[in-house]
Design a protein around this ligand. Structure first.
Ligand code: NAP
Length: 258
């Protein structure tokens, strides 16, 4: 299916690796030019070069922490009129309520709530004026199905979902949609680091913790990041203008909904 995106431009935040990179790749495969962001410049440049070479699209980069206003300003200066925005950032560390410091709270809220909120505020009016806009927020299944050590992540992301729900009806009439993708366990560096935490708690090796988790999953495998990427590309497509304000779980059937 042609997603109708050739020649469009997307900002993809936190995109040198993992789910953000997969969203960038899936959009590039549809002919979308990209502005990619991540903090580590070498990995970011390498990803940008690989995507540009594979898909023949224009890929620019803005290195820096998406939680910093100056970095967001630089991204928006590089791409003042994006057709597509993919909001993403690193996830907060696992822990328990009493272990979260003020700094932990600040970082979680800055990266996973304030940064996407600021990006939304910066792009929505222009998208509405131009009559096309697609925003996809990469959040987490934890918003809907709690994981006991992911309280910071759940709290910050639930805030974003709440915010989004208040924006949708003002924009969908101008062909601007905003949706959240809620990944379950996907095979990325982030997943490995979460299992290192779990393994420590349980006194087993990270490999054993990963294998045990995989065996518990109904799909008997972790998700492939490109499965998130392709869902993102579809939500950004011309065909998805009637889908907005949705939080779409992609978790290999772990939580069926009647
Ligand atoms: P990942 O493989 O570790 O990749 C994270 C990417 O984001 C990297 O490119 C990283 O590059 C960049 N990044 C991290 N923090 C950033 C920041 N503050 N500013 C700019 N770029 C930043 O992680 P992932 O698994 O793709 O996870 C992406 C998001 O999805 C996270 O919020 C995660 O919690 C969430 N999620 C993941 C899963 C899963 O199973 N993988 C499940 C549910 C939710 P630099 O480090 O160089 O900045």
């Amino acid at each position: 299916m042609d997603l109708g995106l050739r020649g469009r431009t997307a900002i993809v935040c936190a995109a040198s690796k993992g789910l953000g990179r997969a969203c960038a790749e899936a959009l590039a495969a549809e002919g979308v030019d990209l502005v990619l962001n991540a903090r580590t410049i070498e990995a970011l440049e390498q990803t940008a070069a690989e995507i540009a070479a594979t898909h023949g699209v224009l890929v620019r980069t803005v290195a820096g922490d998406i939680a910093e206003a100056a970095v967001r300003d630089a991204i928006l200066a590089a791409c003042p009129a994006p057709d597509i925005l993919v909001n993403n950032a690193g996830g907060p560390p696992p822990g328990k309520l009493k272990s979260y410091s003020a700094d932990d709270w600040g970082k979680a809220l800055d990266g996973n709530l304030r940064a996407p909120a600021a990006m939304l505020a910066a792009v929505l009016d222009g998208m509405a004026e131009r009559g096309f806009g697609r925003v996809v927020n990469i959040t987490s299944s934890v918003v809907r199905h709690p994981i006991d050590v992911q309280g910071l992540s759940a709290a910050a992301r639930a805030g974003l979902h709440g915010l989004v729900s208040t924006l949708v009806r003002d924009h969908v009439g101008r062909n601007v949609t905003i949706n959240n993708i809620l990944p379950g366990p996907f095979a990325t560096d982030r997943l490995i680091s979460n299992f290192t935490f779990r393994a420590k708690q349980e006194g087993i090796s990270p490999e054993a913790a990963l294998a045990a988790r995989k065996a518990e999953l109904p799909a008997k495998r972790f998700g492939d990041p490109l499965e998130v990427g392709r869902l993102c590309a579809y939500l950004c497509s011309t065909h998805a203008g009637y889908i907005s304000g949705q939080s779409i779980l992609i978790d290999g059937g772990a939580h069926p909904q009647p």
